[in-house]
Write a protein that binds this ligand. Structure first.
Ligand code: SF4
Length: 63
């Protein structure tokens, strides 16, 4: 599993890195950061939660 945050639609709600801190980073303005990040073993469910809970649908599953 591999995920990204679309920086053009992310509005900085912070749910992604709150739900999956081992997958998503945060920039200085509170936006989620991930660019084709491989989800570590055991973190898949948290990453799925982040995808489902992003209000802007900015978390993208690449594969
Ligand atoms: S939950 Fe969505 S809108 Fe919020 S920081 Fe993460 S990617 Fe951005």
């Amino acid at each position: 599993m591999n995920v990204s945050v679309d920086a053009t639609t992310c509005a900085g709600h912070g749910r992604c890195y709150t739900l999956a801190p081992d997958v998503f980073g945060m920039d200085d303005e509170g936006r989620g950061v991930a660019d084709h990040v491989p989800v570590p073993p055991g973190q898949e469910a948290r990453a799925e939660e982040a995808i489902l809970n992003c209000p802007e649908r900015a978390v993208i599953r690449n594969g």
